[in-house]
Design a binder for this molecule. Sequence first.
Ligand code: FMN
Ligand code: 173
Length: 429
Amino acid sequence: MSDDADHGTAAVGRAVQSRIYRAGVFGRRPVVPVEPKALEAAARARMSDVAWAYVAGGAGRQRTVQANRDAFDRHRIVPRVLVDVERRDTSVRLFGRPLPAPLLFAPIGVLELAHRDADHAVARAARALGLPLVISSQASVPMEDVARTLGDAPRWFQLYWSKDDDVVDSFVSRAEAIGSEALVVTLDTHVLGWRTRDLDLAYLPFARGEGIAQYTSDPAFRRLVEARKPSDEPTSRPTPSAVRALHSMARHYPGRTRDNLRSPLPRAAVETFLDVFSRSSLTWADLARLRERTSLPIVLKGIQHPGDAALALEHGVDGIVVSNHGGRQVDGAIGSLDALPAVVDVIGGRVPVLFDSGVRSGADVVTALALGATAVLVGRPWVYGLALAGADGARAVMQHLWAELDLTMALSGVRSVDEIGPHLLTASS
Ligand SMILES: Cc1cc2nc3c(=O)[nH]c(=O)nc-3n(C[C@H](O)[C@H](O)[C@H](O)COP(=O)(O)O)c2cc1C
Ligand SMILES: O=C(O)C(=O)c1ccccc1
């Protein structure tokens, strides 16, 4: 790393790290538990059953949630000693931007379930650390408001490809307007997986219209809502939970006031959302249109098969995320880390390969990087931090990962992220 911006990034990184070592180590308890199982247990105790089922749950019998962890447990790091690791640099460069660590906040929808400050709290955490926030299509707060809270921190936008072309177009324009540095197109969730825990709890957050602020704040989406025939609307008296849903919607729906809450518009918004949320007919050919539409880097999220990695390259994408959505989509799917090496092989260094699903520690980050990931996205862990202590909690979780990453590098004889490679790993027996 050579130019001033890079030195600046490394300096921010060092400052954050030294703060980590002072806070929450000697004589001072951390903001949230450092130990991953303790963090999870504390969050579970704090969250409602519905919120916990939604956030922690996976598809079916949870086999892929488990496979994501098992895959990490089959790798072991082989440390080297007597390397001068006095000065270390955790920074990486992605799409021309230096980042202080190879860590991103994964896109997570419906954050109001975890904490009332929702996306604003995460934006404050991301801003404090200088790590990118991938803003979700299913956010609880419109992206323009999240962007204001982010200040000049890096932001990416995650797109669910709507059935409606105007909504897709409008989301892309808005993402550009808020200064997104990449467009992450999520491909593995054009329908929700068979999420048994959510099914047993009636998918209440969705019934309540939570996580659709990106849509209700969108002009193209609102035209669709307004065009709905009144005869589509339920005529019966709203149930108490429907009334709560309307109040929740009203917060995000400009023009809705308490006086007109009972009008059909918000209900229509939920139903319109369910109609247009995502497009299962999408194919590789559709990507060409997006490629023409925007000059932002396009990153495909949800790649597991090396054949899809090859197609992604053929179609000119700028990056991919090897991910199985945290085991929330296909029960019995391959552990994401097990899918990584073959994908890395096909990509051959031509575009960045990001990784997620199952990262729970700094040592896990080293393992994913050693298998060829450029950076990792972190999902549930910071949501648990958010549930426990808002912005400070989300920030603490990412700081802990970052600190352990730095320590693991130091203790493995590695000075920079470039020096992390397959030579550091062995299979565990
Ligand atoms: C509660 C929750 C909501 C999510 N919402 C989205 C979303 O809106 N868009 C998306 O692309 N991925 C979403 N994901 C998937 C994450 O971006 C990420 O792929 C996954 O959480 C990584 O696995 P991990 O939780 O094991 O770190 C969500 C995951 C969770 C747990
Ligand atoms: O729950 C999820 O994993 C997710 O990505 C999603 C998809 C649609 C609506 C809300 C969240």
